[in-house]
Write a protein that binds this ligand. Structure first.
Ligand SMILES: C[S@@+](CC[C@H](N)C(=O)[O-])C[C@H]1O[C@@H](n2cnc3c(N)ncnc32)[C@H](O)[C@@H]1O
Length: 354
């Protein structure tokens, strides 16, 4: 692929004067600030995400907005500092509309009008979330919360519990855990994620710490397995690892016994052998949300053959299991194509209340 032409660079003042982070239609662009964190702390554009390029940014790319659909601005202290981020981000599919040079020695005089009128610039290190959760989740969350309130009758429930299985880096968990705070809801979500990869678990934990929500967003290393390898029902076989036993309904770890969740998520993760276990962990009137790859007649075929195919849903499979067999009410069951034409089945269902 030929190297991409660098996006137009603007000085911070020109930038603020000309476009104020908006295009002609008024759309706002997320701003990614790759300067070292001490420069960011001194002053930065309001609502920009600090992603210091000198601090292992590769582990934090999941915090960026979706590729292709959301063009971004990138802020660096000088053009040399912008080279690598611009090259890497564009090669991975992000579209950069502008880069902004914001040097440490930017004359404060020129910035003063902006600082004085309180527009666009702030100091400190308050975290700004610019990544987005699964759209199917964000578009249904209010309906889920309304149904959970209804389930509670007049009872004052302050916290709902969610479990994200195969949680990856925790974007959907963060979205849920932040809801109570962001929307000033009287209620909020306490979220637990499970992932078999230690790097995912540590990314989740660091993400929660950056967001200041470690008290309500936690992640554990866990793996679905068919049998109990420890020979000691429920005890982790490896230090720090939780096994979720598919063929036993008892054990010492909370995931294998008592915990009930108001919402269980499986996003781009499928382990159909665990469906009975998952059902066990959904509270009466609670919800199951699955969104993952699907195949079937009439859908575009995957260019790549199995082994992945056992992790793909078959059309109608979720309705047959969760509605026909388990009696869940189906709230939504849609098939959509991703940008790369792969079909995704997103499914939301509510467990009977009794
Ligand atoms: C494609 S990623 C999806 C991550 C996240 N849900 C998202 O949408 O961004 C699938 C995740 O499932 C995890 N995973 C794979 N097999 C697993 C298992 N048996 N038990 C728990 N997690 C598993 C992987 O480590 C990975 O983070």
């Amino acid at each position: 692929m030929p190297p991409m032409a660098p996006p137009e660079a603007l000085s911070i003042v020109d930038h603020l004067e000309k476009c104020v982070l908006r295009d002609e239609q008024g759309a706002k662009y997320p701003v990614i600030d790759v300067r070292p964190s001490d420069l960011y702390k001194q002053s930065h554009l309001k609502n920009s995400l600090s992603l210091p390029w000198d601090e292992d940014p590769y582990n934090r790319l999941f915090e960026l907005p979706p590729k292709n659909t959301t063009p971004i601005y990138v802020v660096g202290a000088n053009t040399a500092m912008l080279d690598e981020p611009v090259r890497l981000l564009t090669s991975r599919g992000w579209q950069i509309v502008h880069t902004i040079i914001w040097a440490a020695d930017t004359p404060s005089e020129s910035l003063r009008p902006f600082i004085e009128n309180g527009h666009h610039i702030e100091g400190g290190c308050r975290y700004t979330m610019v990544c987005q959760p699964l759209r199917f989740l964000s578009s249904h969350i209010e309906a889920i919360e309304a149904a959970l309130c209804e389930r509670a009758g007049g009872e004052a429930v302050k916290t709902w519990r969610a479990l994200d299985i195969g949680c990856g880096s925790g974007r959907d968990m963060a979205f849920l855990a932040l809801r109570g705070i962001a929307a000033s809801l009287a209620r909020g979500w306490d979220v637990t994620g499970i992932d078999s990869v230690p790097g995912c678990v540590s990314r989740c934990l660091q993400f929660a710490a950056r967001l200041g929500i470690s008290d309500r967003m936690r992640a554990v290393r866990g793996r679905f397995i068919d049998t109990d390898p420890s020979g000691n029902d429920g005890a982790p076989a490896l230090p720090g690892e939780v096994y979720m036993h598919l063929r036993t309904d008892h054990g010492t770890h909370p995931f294998t016994t008592k915990s009930k969740y108001d919402l269980v998520l499986l996003v781009r993760f499928l382990n159909r052998e665990s469906f009975d276990l998952i059902d066990h962990h959904i509270a009466p009137g609670g919800f199951l949300l699955i969104s993952t790859f699907v195949e079937g007649p009439g859908l575009p075929e995957y260019s790549r053959p199995p082994p992945g195919s056992c992790n793909r849903l078959q059309l109608g499979e979720l309705r047959r299991f969760w509605h026909d067999r388990k009696g869940y009410s189906v709230v939504a069951d849609i098939v959509e194509l991703l940008d790369d034409n792969r079909p995704i089945n997103s499914f939301l269902a509510q467990k009977p209340c009794i």
